[in-house]
Design a protein around this ligand. Structure first.
Ligand SMILES: Cc1cc2nc3c(=O)[nH]c(=O)nc-3n(C[C@H](O)[C@H](O)[C@H](O)COP(=O)(O)OP(=O)(O)OC[C@H]3O[C@@H](n4cnc5c(N)ncnc54)[C@H](O)[C@@H]3O)c2cc1C
Ligand code: SF4
Length: 508
């Protein structure tokens, strides 16, 4: 391993992976620190029992909720972070999400950058992840300067029939943009174990396959796995990160580089910043404003199962999005949000989540269901916080803006009934849902009200960047990964220019 690196990146998910790849491809050397290990390719990857019942790949963390009760978060510590298990939906935030949006319960604030600022990076992120898409039928789709790099994935017949019926009732569905290696030369077989599972074939375009491995191939990146970052150490004047204290193989050591990029996820990045409190930063590193850990958001989310007497033999189900009501439904003038199909639910996945559900009932239901998930925007409340209690992560949150979410769920329920699914089961995924965590180290131009600047550089510590979803001042209502990648690429280009006096070869 090379001894001196220009940059240390902490966390190998989409945020850290994108920065590592971009910097390395432009001549900068990077040391990537990851607390987990590589996810092995093995039969268990596609086993419902291993993934959902044994939770073989889920982190063994114990966190506290607002009442102080322990729970095991649905989070993953491995190379590639949560995207090893994601559904591959790589969808842009809407142009309006970057401005101020009124909701009945409050305001979703404007971002310090516009959609036009990030649009070229969305194109690059889509190209890196080879996103399959088509905006036809999506009334909320933002403008784009380049077409999708790959054609949309076609829906299977039963899903297409449901979309047709929904269309007849005035609701347009559209293709869900997806990051899988599908096509004449691709390795994706469009199986039923994608959403929530790692890909046994390595055909899901995730942070490992699309960012970390290409970064390593440059020869300028070293990765240390099973390397837990405990603290960031400040210089005497508090202006710079002087060292990164890690624990590995039972030993504590300090690693150093000129620039430090933090991307541990919106909860763990906060934990690290708060753990690093010292005399010069008594409230935690980068926390002069006091916003670190505040404004936690994760979307209001509900899973829906439309049940019919007819068997659903769809294998790859996750192909449709419903954005018809993203900004309102005509009668209700506030944004409702977005819905997308889930990967095909299987009986074992239901019994893992619903206690006492007999296996036979679960599998019969799953064989007859169409499965959706609805997301609506939650608002950034400063009292919704990630804090440390006796060193343990505590997530103290009170959900907000639920009315439009309930309305969206009602709309989708009614559409499913009209499409031939007379029984619709709904399961709110609200308690402890961390999959779309964001907002906790928000970016902005004012150091009094934000922790990092519009390029994700700490206002207080000139060589520190935070590039996971914590930068987001609002959550929008679609999945976050593509936006994390786009902003991380943008931040990396800024580092190249400002910190390394070079320009990106991949001009956005
Ligand atoms: C089941 C599931 C399905 C999802 N589906 C989608 C989807 O279809 N589309 C979408 O856009 N989003 C989806 N998401 C959300 C998406 O995966 C996340 O938004 C995204 O992966 C976050 O990336 P990140 O780099 O910010 O953080 P992470 O992916 O959490 O990566 C952080 C990395 O940092 C490491 N780390 C943490 N703390 C430390 C430390 N102290 N020291 C060293 N390393 C550390 C972790 O091990 C991890 O590898 C899904 C999430 C889940 C859980
Ligand atoms: S659908 Fe394709 S990418 Fe997803 S797990 Fe199956 S083979 Fe892998």
């Amino acid at each position: 391993m090379q001894r001196n690196h220009d940059v240390i990146v902490i966390g190998s998910g989409v945020g850290g992976g994108a920065v590592a790849r971009r910097l390395a491809e432009n001549g900068v050397s990077v040391l990537l620190l990851e607390r987990g290990d590589w996810v092995p390719r093995e039969a268990d990857n596609w086993s419902v029992g291993s993934v959902f019942h044994e939770k073989k790949y889920t982190a063994h963390d114990s966190w506290l909720d607002g009442r102080g009760e322990e729970f095991r978060p649905n989070i993953y510590y491995n190379v590639g972070g949560c995207t090893k298990f994601y559904g591959g939906s790589m969808i842009r935030f809407r142009e309006e999400d970057f401005g101020m949006l009124e909701h009945e319960e409050g305001t979703s604030p404007a971002w310090p950058i516009s959609y036009a600022d990030i649009e070229p990076y969305y194109c690059e992120a889509e190209s890196i992840f080879d996103v399959h898409g088509d905006d036809g039928g999506d009334p909320s789709a933002p403008w784009r300067s380049k077409p999708y790099p790959a054609p949309k994935l076609m829906s299977e017949p039963l899903v297409e029939r449901m979309a047709d019926t929904m269309r007849q009732h005035g609701a347009n569905t559209s293709a869900l943009p997806l990051a899988v290696d599908f096509g004449p030369k691709g390795h994706c077989i469009r199986c039923k174990t994608c959403d929530g599972f790692p890909c046994k074939l390595g055909a899901k375009n995730d942070a490992e396959t699309s960012l970390v491995r290409p970064a390593l191939e440059t020869g300028r990146v070293d990765i240390i796995t099973n390397c837990y970052v405990q603290r960031l150490l400040l210089s005497a004047d508090g202006k710079r990160i002087e060292g990164v204290e890690v624990k590995r193989n039972g030993q504590v050591e300090v690693l150093r580089a000129g620039v430090v990029v933090l991307s541990c996820g919106a909860i763990n990045s906060v934990a690290l910043l708060l753990r690093s409190a010292c005399d010069t930063a008594p409230e935690g590193v980068a926390n002069g404003s006091g916003v670190v850990g505040r404004h936690y958001m994760a979307h209001n989310q509900t899973a829906l199962m439309g049940l019919s007497f007819e068997k659903n033999d769809t294998v790859f189900q996750k192909t449709l999005a419903l954005n018809q009501y993203y900004f309102g439904d005509g009668e209700y003038r506030f944004p409702l949000g977005h819905a997308q199909m889930l990967g095909k639910l299987q009986g074992g996945m239901l019994s893992a989540n619903v206690p006492f559900l007999p296996k036979i009932v679960g599998s019969t239901m799953a064989q007859h269901s169409m499965d959706w998930i609805a997301f609506s925007e939650d608002l950034p409340d400063p009292e919704n916080r990630v804090v440390l209690r006796d060193g343990k992560i505590q997530l103290a949150i009170k959900r907000n803006n639920l009315k439009p979410h309930h309305r969206l769920v009602e709309k989708l329920t009614s559409l499913l009934k009209k499409a031939g699914y007379p029984i619709v089961l709904v399961k709110p995924l609200i308690r402890h849902s961390t999959s779309h965590q964001c907002g906790t180290v928000k970016f902005g131009t004012d150091p009094a009200t934000s922790a990092i600047d519009p390029y994700c550089r700490s206002h207080q510590h000139e060589n520190l960047f935070v590039v996971d979803a914590s930068f987001m001042p609002s959550s929008a209502a679609v999945n976050p990964a593509l936006t994390i990648v786009a902003q991380a690429l943008r931040a990396a280009d800024h580092m190249l220019k400002q910190d390394f006096r070079t320009t990106s070869q991949h001009v956005a």
